[in-house]
Write a protein that binds this ligand. Structure first.
Ligand code: ADP
Ligand code: MG
Length: 256
């Protein structure tokens, strides 16, 4: 049975997609069987896995609306060695169309059930909003990975996310936990980064992952080649950090 994790933070540009794609590729390098679900209509994870979002036969949109199952809609990311349930702009319509459906916040959970046994990890890249799509991600998951930059405003908005997770836990999904805060785009030369990082450790203790993802240009360049940074330049500092994060996640699920 797969362990299912959302990569979530309602802020945009904080490194969710980079984390989802590179953790998927990092886990694949550690011989884990991975399905990456793109739950953002921007389709950045889809493109980052080398899949053309303009040419999808089926996507997570059809899956959520019950017009396709996961096994028909998923694709193989050749470079990253993981499977991908892709998304494109069509998905934006799902928010409204799902309103009329029964059990609308559990559509993804129910759909993933059919492929559960085929994977060790299912990773869900959430959109930058606490929307019905994100809610579907949270209802399907065992845990949430929260990427954050160590900057002055890092903690602003975190309480909204934490409150949402608490509500989902209480009402919809008692499995759901915050697995951890992941420090991303880290610049060790900045005193402020060091300070915020230390504060996070102080406040959140072992909810802060040990692995720190540095700011690394190779991670930012990789999507334009349709590859995860981990496969694009495996020896880069960014790639190495995501592989280390994969190992940390493998260790974490052993105690779950
Ligand atoms: P989100 O999915 O939260 O909107 P992204 O993963 O798309 O965030 O990242 C936002 C931008 O920051 C992208 O241009 C991405 O390439 C860049 N980026 C993310 N992580 C890193 C990193 N560790 N080093 C350098 N650039 C990064
Ligand atoms: Mg994104």
């Amino acid at each position: 049975m797969a362990k299912i994790f959302c990569v979530a933070n309602q802020k945009g540009g904080v490194g969710k997609t980079t984390t989802a794609v590179n953790l998927a590729a990092g886990l694949a390098q550690l011989d884990q069987r991975v399905l990456l679900v793109d739950l953002d209509p921007q389709g950045n994870a889809t493109m980052g896995a080398g899949i053309n979002k303009a040419e999808l036969q089926a996507s997570v949109y059809e899956v959520l609306l019950g017009m396709s199952d996961v096994s028909a809609a998923r694709r193989r990311s050749e470079s990253g060695r993981f499977d991908m349930l892709p998304a494109n702009r069509e998905l934006a319509g799902a928010e409204v169309e799902m309103v009329e459906l029964e059990n609308r916040e559990k559509r993804l959970k129910d759909a993933l059930h059919a492929v559960d046994a085929e994977y060790d990890f299912v990773l869900i890249d959430c959109p930058p909003a606490l929307s019905m799509l994100t809610l579907n991600g949270l209802c399907a998951a065992h845990g949430v990975i929260i990427p954050m930059q160590c900057e002055y405003y890092a903690l602003e908005g975190l309480s909204d996310l934490v409150n949402t997770i608490k509500k989902v836990h209480a009402k919809l999904n008692t499995d759901l936990k915050i697995i951890g805060l992941l420090r991303v785009m880290f610049d060790p030369r900045m005193t402020l980064s060091q300070q915020v990082s230390a504060q996070l450790e102080q406040h959140f203790g072992d909810k802060v992952f040990k692995t720190i993802i540095p700011r690394n240009v190779r991670l930012a360049e990789a999507p334009s080649y349709g590859m995860p940074g981990v496969t694009f330049d495996p020896s880069s500092k960014g790639a190495q950090a995501y592989i280390a994060f994969g190992a940390e996640m493998v260790q974490r699920i052993q105690s779950m």
